[in-house]
Design a protein around this ligand. Structure first.
Ligand code: BES
Ligand code: MN
Ligand code: ZN
Length: 508
């Protein structure tokens, strides 16, 4: 057994290290059209070319504008026309900017559309002039390209995807370069970290492996402190709910805390608390086997927290933030908790577990309590793949957001709108708290009907009434079966862009 685990651990490390890289090399500052290779040109709704586009048209003897005129190009946002072999170029890709004013989010999408249609980005040039009023638009275009270009190749033994190439942002300037290299490239890394963690299977990612991977990603980053509680420490702190979730697994739970201090010395931090169930079988209340494999991503909340703190720390954001990630594997076994068991949480409150598959709220209730007593945050955001019910209610388009006051929810919708990751509010009513009253313990972990609001009520029981609290249920958005321009099929890393936007707003 021990030999097996040793060998297994060795293999795993290699895989994780391999999947960590992967982003093309972006270059900024040139205003020269390339002489060959692949070129992406962005056009107005009627196919109008900008300055660089007109140069390109000239270089191809008018065949770009000719092709646009000849094809039935409607000019909808993101509509793409691929012109292979348009001499002297290997390929010219025409992408429509649509007829709405461009925003940073739309420019990200424009970059993503290019990544979606280009297989081999060696020697690729994006014509990045004429992108509306967006500050450092070329840097945002590169971010969108990087997000849309994500691929996970750790377990491919045959190379199917060309290696990452060099992508030139033509028409960009020094300010674009600075914005990308000091800031947006780190956001792309944060999303990539979250996607890698979310895609990694359960047999290679358990709580301690998650910790290792995150620590590796943070190597050399300034103003960051790690705290890792192992099973003994978790027990010693009285976190019986977090312990309980992991009881059935051979892999012990962990509590991972990453603190970044870029703000004032006495400034209270923003706490980000993410659900980190490295695999959710449901436990003794076992799940049906269909689609159970998705549950390798049940640590998406924790992954998004890690990615968000990484991006903020690497760009040196002017804020204090603490990321708290309770990690456990929810397995059925002779040691596992049973339906009806009562757990004592760190707060002292007892919780009756009527369904072991409602485990996310269990580890989160200990984690939000820990975050409050240890860090006295000024705001607490928790993020979790918590309920199928949220996924059914808000679909692929929105994560569900629950707060205690509508103003805060409206602010979150605004943040979602600008960040590119949208949220929509669901209610939290006093009746939801009534539904979790237990006969034998202080509360129980499920209500009369399963619902996103019940999950929020369980966690909300452990969040101080006066603390601004944002609950994000991302069960519907963390894994995509359909791509968006900035998220290919697979793990979306949902929440990094959202929480990143939230931190930027809290910083000023
Ligand atoms: N991790 C699941 C929620 C989930 C479902 C995430 C589908 C992503 C896709 C969570 O732990 C869970 O099992 N929730 C139950 C709660 C129920 C037992 C009250 C659910 O939503 O069915
Ligand atoms: Mn579950
Ligand atoms: Zn779960």
């Amino acid at each position: 057994m021990s030999l097996f685990r040793f060998l297994n651990a060795g293999l795993v490390f290699g895989a994780l290290a391999h999947s960590a890289a992967a982003m093309p090399d972006f270059s900024f500052g040139s205003s020269q059209l390339p002489d060959d290779g692949r070129v992406v040109v962005y056009v107005g709704p009627d196919g109008e070319l900008g300055r660089l586009g007109r140069n390109l048209d000239e270089a191809t003897g008018g065949r770009v504008s000719g092709a646009i005129a000849a094809m039935n190009f409607e000019g909808e946002f993101g509509e793409t026309l691929s012109l292979p072999g348009l001499a002297p170029y290997k390929q010219v890709l025409v992408i429509s900017k649509g007829d709405q004013p461009l925003t940073a989010r739309r420019v990200h999408d424009l970059g993503g559309f290019a990544a979606f249609s280009i297989d081999d980005d060696e020697g690729l040039a994006l014509l990045a002039d004429d992108l509306g009023d967006v500050d450092d638009a070329a840097a945002h275009l590169a971010l969108g390209y990087a997000l849309g270009d994500y691929h996970f190749t750790a377990y491919k033994t045959v190379e199917e995807i060309p290696a990452d190439g060099e992508v030139a942002l033509i028409g960009s300037n020094r300010s674009d370069r600075r914005a990308f290299e000091r800031d947006l490239t780190h956001l792309a890394e944060g999303v990539t970290l979250a996607r890698n963690l979310g895609t990694e299977p359960g047999n290679t990612l358990w709580p301690q492996k998650f910790v290792d991977h995150v620590q590796t990603a943070f190597e050399g980053v300034n103003n960051v402190t790690f705290t890792v509680l192992d099973a003994d420490a978790i027990r010693a702190r009285g976190m019986g709910a977090l312990m309980g979730v992991g009881e059935g697994s051979i892999h012990d739970p962990r509590l991972l805390v990453v603190e970044y201090r870029g703000g004032g010395r006495n400034e209270a931090p923003v706490a980000l608390v993410g659900k980190g169930v490295t695999f959710d079988t449901g436990g003794i209340s076992i799940k049906p086997s269909e689609n159970m494999w998705y549950m390798k991503s049940d640590m998406s909340g924790a992954a998004a927290v890690a990615g968000t703190v990484l991006a903020a720390a690497k760009r040196g954001e002017d804020i204090n933030v603490v990321g708290v990630m309770p990690l456990a594997e929810n397995m059925p076994s002779q040691d596992a908790i049973r339906p009806g068991d009562v757990l004592t949480s760190m707060s002292g409150k007892t919780v009756e577990v009527l369904n072991t598959d409602a485990e996310g709220r269990l580890l989160l209730l200990d984690a939000v309590h820990y975050a409050q007593v240890e860090y006295e945050p000024r705001m607490l955001v928790n993020i979790a793949t918590l309920t199928g019910s949220a996924a059914r209610a808000t679909g692929d388009e929105y994560a569900a957001v629950i707060t205690r006051d509508m103003d805060l929810s409206m602010q979150m919708m605004e943040i979602g709108q600008t960040s590119g990751e949208d949220v929509w509010p669901l209610p939290l009513h006093p009746n939801h708290y009534v539904q979790i009253e237990s006969l034998v313990a202080d509360i129980k972990n499920i209500g009369g009907t399963p619902g996103a609001s019940i999950g929020a009520a369980v966690i909300g029981t452990f969040v101080a009434e006066e603390l601004p609290w944002v609950h994000l249920d991302i069960a519907g958005v963390d894994w995509r079966d359909e791509p968006t321009p900035t998220a290919p099929i697979g793990h979306a890393g949902w929440g990094v862009r959202f929480m990143d936007a939230l931190l930027r707003r809290e910083a000023d």
